[in-house]
Design a protein around this ligand. Structure first.
Ligand code: NAD
Length: 452
């Protein structure tokens, strides 16, 4: 099947490569020249496990271009995977999706039948709007083509994007027309039946069960994506709220979450207390959900509270540093980790980056390190007076405190005694509960975790 993918970012690139691996012919279009240049040379513009290996494997079945005509005109399925960043008021900005839809419609050919998949996370009702934009553009061009629109939200996690794409929990298709569902079913058939040979570097997880294909109306598909992300945000905020109580009563939240997580109805994931959630999805999707609800004068107090707790948690981490160092002005603080979570270079709405800004506002001298996200962070923190360190031991040298902000496995493997040895008074605030308190103390640190 010929498939055109619009946008070669985290979602578009992962989708395109996976579909090519399943045997489809994929053309991927992006309007970012830098990204295209890298992709055309076989290099991944993002840090994601297995990406370049898969690019090499499928190089004969995927092309990267800036040309919409080549991407969509003879495609059977077209996937929109462009960004939907937040606007000032929290609403999702759909201008890129709408512009992509207009561009697509500008290149569709008469007499053909297309399925147009909206994979970007879009506000409720966007499918209808895209349908309208495409129909109007086709009418203006005088082109008669059949275009079936379907919502197919993406649930991948950065850092595990390819694994999530090849071995999903569920595939959701929200469409009004059965033709769209049928075509999408055939596109995903090798995934749904897991008939493909797993790439050696992306093995099928042990005990993996075949994913369900859930067909819904488009609006339910749109809400299911927002609902899933809001629930994950809620879970993290819940455990962080409980962590605050644990600190006050002298309990250990890591033990509490272990107990809670063993309850099948709750589950252990997203139940780790720490700095709270960030990234390109949970903050913007919770804001977008509240914005949509607001349009209907409907209140969603649990989601609003999850956001409030998340904001409070960041303040709370700065207060932990203040409790140890008192006045932060002029103190040297080394921040370990900048990406919003480990195994990605994505720093969009990263809680670590937010902490760096807050620390700078207190007048602290901030040093930063990240195993892979230094370049993406530099772009975000441009113009701020920071010290970028290539090595965590250099970061620690002479520092007044270390703040662990992203739980990279590389940081878990550090020699803590050697790290503490670099500092006049070794203070460590572990905002992700990465270290065992007794081990950090034995290494010489004055250790503070979250909720214990
Ligand atoms: P991204 O910013 O990494 O990628 C978007 C890409 O689209 C960019 O490369 C951009 O250059 C390109 N683009 C924008 N407008 C274009 C146009 N008119 N023509 C061609 N290319 C265009 O974004 P992302 O993280 O991949 O997210 C894409 C969508 O998927 C968003 O709606 C997001 O909410 C959703 N989503 C993201 C994730 C995630 O973990 N990143 C997970 C699930 C869903």
């Amino acid at each position: 099947m010929k498939i055109g993918v619009i946008g070669a970012g985290y979602v578009g690139l992962t989708t395109g490569l996976a579909l090519a691996y399943l045997g489809h012919d994929v053309v991927s279009v992006d309007n970012d020249e830098r990204k295209l240049g890298l992709l055309q040379q076989g290099q991944s513009p993002i840090h994601e496990f297995g990406m370049e290996d898969l690019m090499r494997l499928v190089s004969g079945r995927i092309a990267f271009t800036g040309d919409f005509h080549e991407t969509v005109s003879d495609a059977r399925v077209i996937v929109i995977a462009v960004g939907t960043p937040p606007k000032e008021n929290g609403e999702a900005d759909t201008q890129y999706v709408e512009s992509a839809a207009r561009h697509i419609a500008g290149h569709l050919e008469a007499g053909r039948e297309y399925v147009l998949i909206v994979k970007s996370t879009v506000p409720i009702g966007s499918n209808r709007r895209i349908d309208h934009l495409v129909t109007r553009e086709l009418e203006q061009r005088g082109v008669e083509a059949q275009v079936h629109i379907a919502s197919n939200p993406e649930f991948l996690r950065e850092g595990k994007a390819l694994l999530d794409m090849l071995y999903p929990d569920r595939i959701v298709v929200g469409a009004r027309r059965p033709e769209a569902v049928d075509t999408i079913y055939h596109m995903y058939k090798p995934l749904l039946e897991q008939t493909f040979a797993a790439p050696v570097f992306l093995p099928r997880p042990e005990g993996y069960k075949l994913p369900s294909l859930i067909t819904t109306d488009p609006t339910s598909a749109e809400i299911s994506k927002y609902g899933s992300n809001a629930f994950l945000a809620l879970k993290i905020s819940f455990i962080n709220e409980l962590a605050g109580l644990c600190e006050r009563v002298g309990a250990d939240v890591t033990q509490v979450s272990r107990v809670m997580g063993l309850d099948e109805r709750i589950g252990p994931q997203f139940l780790s207390a720490g700095l709270g959630w960030g990234g390109s999805c949970l903050p913007k999707d919770t804001a977008a959900l509240l914005a949509v609800a607001g349009e209907f004068s409907y209140e969603m107090p649990t989601i609003a509270a999850a956001r409030e707790v998340n904001e409070r948690q960041r303040r709370h981490i700065v207060e932990k540093l203040q409790a140890s160092l008192k006045v932060l002005r002029g103190q040297v603080i080394g921040v370990m980790g900048l990406s919003f979570k480990p195994n990605t270079d994505d720093v969009r709405s990263s809680a670590a980056i937010d902490l760096v800004r807050r620390l700078l506002e207190t007048g602290a001298h901030v040093r930063v390190h990240d195993p892979v996200a230094m370049d993406t962070a530099r772009a975000q923190l441009d113009g701020l007076n920071l010290e970028y360190c290539e090595d965590p031991y250099v970061l620690a040298k002479g520092a007044d405190a270390l703040l662990l902000a992203t739980e990279w496995p590389q940081y878990a493997a550090l020699d803590l005694a050697c790290l503490a040895g670099q500092m006049p008074r070794p203070v460590l605030v572990d905002a992700r509960n990465l270290y065992k308190p007794e081990e950090a103390s034995a290494a010489g640190f004055e250790y503070t975790g979250v909720g214990r």
